[in-house]
Structures are given as C-alpha cells and as structure tokens.
Design a protein around this ligand. Structure first.
Ligand SMILES: Cc1ncc(COP(=O)(O)O)c(C=O)c1O
Length: 390
C-alpha cells in the first residue's frame, strides 16, 4: 500500500519556514559563549561515520578507549568512569542518585547558578541540604569549607570547580583532605574545567565528578562523562535501598561499560565516535599544553577587554581561563548587542545568569576555540561596535 503524503508547502512563507528548519542550512557560528563551543572538524568527521551496532566488538573496544582517555583527562584511576548517554546534568544526577539516601546531609557551596542546581538536585533525592553561600564572583576559602564541614558533618560536599555563571575557578588545595578528615564525600562539577584548566582528581582526593562533551573537549553536546571513586563506591555498596533512578544506576551501567557487556540501553554510537576523537585530540596535544593554551589565550582576552576600557567581574586570582565575565558598559543593552553580534558577524557570546543577569557578558574560550585569532577577532569586533570603545 502506498502512503499519501501531505501536499508540499507552496506559499513563499511556508517555503522559507521549511528552509530555515533544514539542518543542512544552519548557519556557521563562532561559539564564544558559555558552551557549546565549536566542535573540532575531526570530531565531526568521526561522528559522520556510519554507526555500527552498540554491542559490535569494534564498538566495545572503542568504549574501552573512551574510558581510558577520560581517566587521563581527569587524572584518575577510577574504575567507574563512563560517558552517560545524556548531557552533563544527567552525569551530575548519576553521582547524586547513586550516593545519596533520604536524610543524608548534603552540604552545597553556592557561588553561582550551578550551585543552586546542585542543591535542587540533591533535595529531589531526599537529602537534607545545607547551603553555604558567597556572592557571585567569589570562591570559598579552605577555612570556610572546613568550618562548614565541622559544623554540619555532612555525608557529601558539592562544589563547582568552574562556575560558568560567574567565571570563577574554585581553589581546591586541601579540600579533599578536609573532606576525608570529616568522613565526607567530595563531589566536584568539572563541566567547564575538564580539558581546559589543571585538574587532578585523584591527587586532590575528589570522590566523584562529572563533565560534558560540549565545552573544552570540542565535541557536540550529548554525552556526560562521570567518574566515581573507591570511597563513593563503598557508599554505594552500603545503601539500604535501591538507586531510585533506573537509567542512571551506575551498577547497571557498569555492567554494560565493564567486562560483562550486558545490554542496558542503546548507546549513542556516533556521539561516542565523536568523544573518542575529541579525547584523542586532547591526549595528542597533552593536558599540560592544553591547560597552558587556555591560560595564555584567556590572558590575551583579559588584556584586550581591559584595553577597551571594559571591567572584568572577577579578581584575577580567581578568574576562570575558560569563561570570562565582563561588565556590560553603561547605556548598552547587553542582550541586543549580543544578538547583533550573532546575526551580523556570526559570533556568539553569552549573557549573564542569576545575579549577573543583565550585568555581564560571558565569553568562553573553550577547547579548540581557545585560540589567539579568535580573541583578536572578538576584540576587533567589540572595538568597532561598542560605543566609545577605546
Ligand atoms: C558548571 C556547569 N555545570 C553543569 C552544567 C550542565 O551541563 P549540561 O548543560 O551539559 O547538562 C553546565 C552547563 O553549562 C555548567 O556550566
């Protein structure tokens, strides 16, 4: 039997509408916002390969390589290191779903938008959420964190390593040791730091972390790497009840990602091709070189912005190399300016979130986008387009 298709759109408006939805006609952008960043051409080429079966022995080998390369990127030996088939938020929820039980005290250090998300997620799993707070643009000192550990004796501490809403890098010196002294598990958000700033999970004593594919790894959004260390595994074993989320149950997931290879869900094969290539490119450059490149280009950006008379929102000591927050000059409509930069120049920058909404632009230099020519292009555009720029 033949199927009757709807009649083709005929009006010019319908035609234009259809064309605008054609992914092959999507515009090319330079993505200098909070993420995603541009995907590396080799990553896109890898993703364009025809998929094999998700239990094909060649794919199983590739999965193992993704895991090994993730361990390298995070500097960890954690057995439970896998890319969750969803974005960073699902990897985040994997950590919480597996290690939190009703009534556990969960200390969340909030200095921006994503800290609030941590508190919200933990509360949905029944945690007794305790919050310590700092204004956006600031970070927590070791003394402040330790004082809160002493006062609340939490089962978990949740920290954002790179607060994308504020452009702040949380110093990690001594935090893992303090958590061990108090029997607290340390959960660290590395969504905007993995591959872009120095990160030593095992040396720092981080028990669990999660990230994303779409920022400093130069891969499209779609996978959420997660890693769970031995102390968190112990916690998992001592749970009194089932993990309340089937899809994110790391024990079930690890039967697919571990040697058993038991079907759990159909892994997004092509996303994993892309992530494997992205991680290979990072390993080829070397972590040190990648971290130094991000730092060098961020410094170039900071100098350029200041040379235009713009004011950076975060003190240099805590400034995040992968994401810079800069105050929108008085009299400029930040949103309209960002929109015109996008429409007329094809360059994306981000607007503020949370307490920084309407006050700052967020400029990302992540992954392959962290390049001197991108900084120069943006500074030139700002010089041309901002009224009164020096
Ligand atoms: C610090 C931080 N954590 C978590 C997330 C959530 O990641 P995703 O959007 O991949 O779910 C983001 C996203 O930008 C982020 O910047």
């Amino acid at each position: 039997m033949t199927q009757t298709l709807p009649p083709p759109a005929t009006s010019a408006v319908d035609q234009a509408h259809r064309l605008s939805l054609d992914p092959l006609a999507m515009p090319e952008r330079l993505l200098l916002g909070p993420g995603p960043s541009n995907a590396h051409p080799d990553v896109l080429a890898a993703m364009a390969r025809p998929p094999v079966g998700h239990l094909d022995h060649t794919f199983l080998r590739l999965m193992g390589e993704v895991q090994e390369l993730l361990r390298y990127a995070w500097q960890t030996d954690n057995r439970l290191t896998i890319p969750v088939s969803a974005t960073g938020s699902a990897a985040w929820e994997t950590c919480i779903a597996n290690t939190v039980e009703r009534g556990d005290t969960f200390l969340v250090a909030i200095n921006g938008y994503f800290g609030h998300r941590m508190a919200d997620m933990a509360s949905r799993y029944g945690a007794n959420v305790v919050i310590i707070k700092k204004p956006m643009g600031q970070a927590f000192s070791l003394e402040e964190l330790e004082a809160a550990l002493v006062e609340h004796q939490p089962r978990l501490l949740g920290l954002i390593h790179a607060e994308t809403s504020a452009g702040v890098l949380q110093p990690m010196e001594g935090v893992g040791e303090a958590c061990r002294r108090h029997g607290t598990l340390l959960l660290l958000d590395t969504v905007t730091s993995l591959g872009g700033v120095p990160l030593f999970l095992d040396r720092w004593g981080v028990d669990m972390s999660y990230s994303c594919s779409q920022k400093c790894l130069s891969c499209p959004p779609g996978l959420g790497p997660v890693t769970i260390g031995p102390r968190a595994e112990e916690r998992l074993k001592s749970r009194t009840g089932k993990v309340p989320n089937w899809y994110l149950d790391i024990t079930l997931l690890s039967q697919y990602w571990g040697s058993d290879r038991v079907y759990h869900h159909t892994a997004p094969v092509n996303m994993n091709y892309g992530l494997r290539e992205a991680l290979r490119l990072l390993a080829e450059e070397g972590l040190d070189a990648a971290w130094q490149r991000h730092r060098r280009n961020a410094e170039l950006l900071w100098e350029g912005l200041q040379s235009l008379g713009l004011k950076l929102a975060v003190d240099e000591r805590l400034r995040l190399p992968t994401l810079t927050t800069v105050y929108i000059p008085e009299g400029v409509d930040g949103k309209a300016f960002a929109r015109s930069l996008l429409d007329e120049e094809g360059v994306e920058i981000g607007c503020g979130l949370g307490d920084f909404a309407g006050k700052v632009w967020r400029i990302g230099l992540m992954g392959q986008n962290s390049a001197a020519e991108n900084v120069e292009r943006l500074i030139d555009l700002l010089r041309q387009r901002l009224p009164g720029a020096a």
